[in-house]
Design a binder for this molecule. Sequence first.
Ligand code: SAH
Ligand code: SF4
Ligand code: F3S
Length: 452
Amino acid sequence: MSRSRLVSDKKNTYHILTYGCQMNERDTESLTGFLRQMGYREAAPDEAGILLINTCCVRESAERKILGKLGELRKYKLARPETVIGIGGCMVQQPGMGERIRKEYPYVDIVFGTHNLHQLPRMIEQCQFGQVVEVWDSEGEVVEDLPERKVEGIKAHVTIMYGCNNFCSYCIVPHVRGRERSRNPEDVVKEVHSLVGQGVKEVTLLGQNVNSYGKDLQPPVTFADLLRIVNGIDGLKRIRFTTSHPKDFDLALIEAMAESDKVCEHIHLPVQAGSNRILTAMNRGYTREHYMEMISRIREAMPQVALTTDIIVGFPGETEEDFADTLDLVEKVRYDNAFTFLYSKRSGTPAAELAEQVDADTKKARFQRLLQLQNGISLEHNKAHIGTLHEVLVEGRSKTNKELMTGRTRGNKIVVFAGDEHQAGETVCVRIDEARTWTLLGTLVPQNGQPQ
Ligand code: SAH
Ligand code: SF4
Ligand code: F3S
């Protein structure tokens, strides 16, 4: 297969497929920035000169889907041999994966990991002369000279730290993203300023465990400090953050949230399981009691707070009794929403070696019970909004009904209402009239109304 191609042709085009979490979406924005700097523009997959997959491996299902997709991309290579195919990100970072792709998918031109995506431009040049497989074992320094990104819309993600030190026993993330590295607050602020200059009104600060932000900096800075600093940025309307780890979530953060008017009253606090025995086996570093105590403190300080979580069902050794503890915790906390996952065995993690894996049928049945319980609670939460006023940051036209506008409450609930396109980027006051499991329907109220 010929690898010769005109990489410097300004008419060249790219297409990126992104799997996984917001971290990966943010990385894709950086990859896009590099490609744009090189003169590439976006195109449909069947027309693109460069096809990239940014991968996830947090669960086996993600990996299976991605390898299937990589197989499919071969048809583009067969139709147009000059197409460059590249794969990078978390999945590739697993031991032996680079080699496996090289052998099983020989038509792939570029293979890169999570730590060297800034080298994409060089790899594109180099792959004219042969397959490039470069996956760094360790993370190196935080790279700050990433290209300026082109943001669309009023919301953007800002990575404040990379990696994770927690090594939850089921999780592959620390193995593929390396140890925690915080960005300097000045660099974070610079990025937020630049985003605000491009019309961004809401930023979500990203990290695998934002509560340990800054511990590695000299002098150390806390996440609460960072929130206060970002809160001072003019032109920015809202601040969100994800993910908080219950073991590091502290009262200082609750105080900073309550004091900082731009920080929305929404906390995503993954509990993972309701049984202490399972929490210990997961190496989560907190007990059910500690978690419940934090939830009480949060609700005392911010009664309107929206709480969401992640839960894993069917961790090795999970008994019916353990699972009942999870259901019980969900009923007690009454989350606004929960992301529920079937435990997936990830090779290289300690939990994968545990003997008592829960069988697939039991896992699925428990998953359904949990889902049913949570869906009922989510709907009840939404119904409790009926008749109340909310500050909604307008995002634009609703995708499902172009006649209507859509936005989110401070608690991150989607609201659909009759409004004007020019309201995009504005905060408006909306009265909620109707509640569905995932959306609220409402009516605009003149601005002298008192949103919650
Ligand atoms: N750093 C964040 C999120 C990491 S990944 C945190 O600690 O909360 C997002 C979610 O995927 C996790 O919260 C967990 O619920 C889920 N997850 C991670 N590994 C998993 C596995 N092996 N099987 C099933 N779900 C998993
Ligand atoms: Fe994974 Fe735990 Fe780190 Fe989250 S905190 S990324 S679940 S190891
Ligand atoms: Fe995110 Fe998946 Fe990587 S969840 S950090 S893209 S393994």
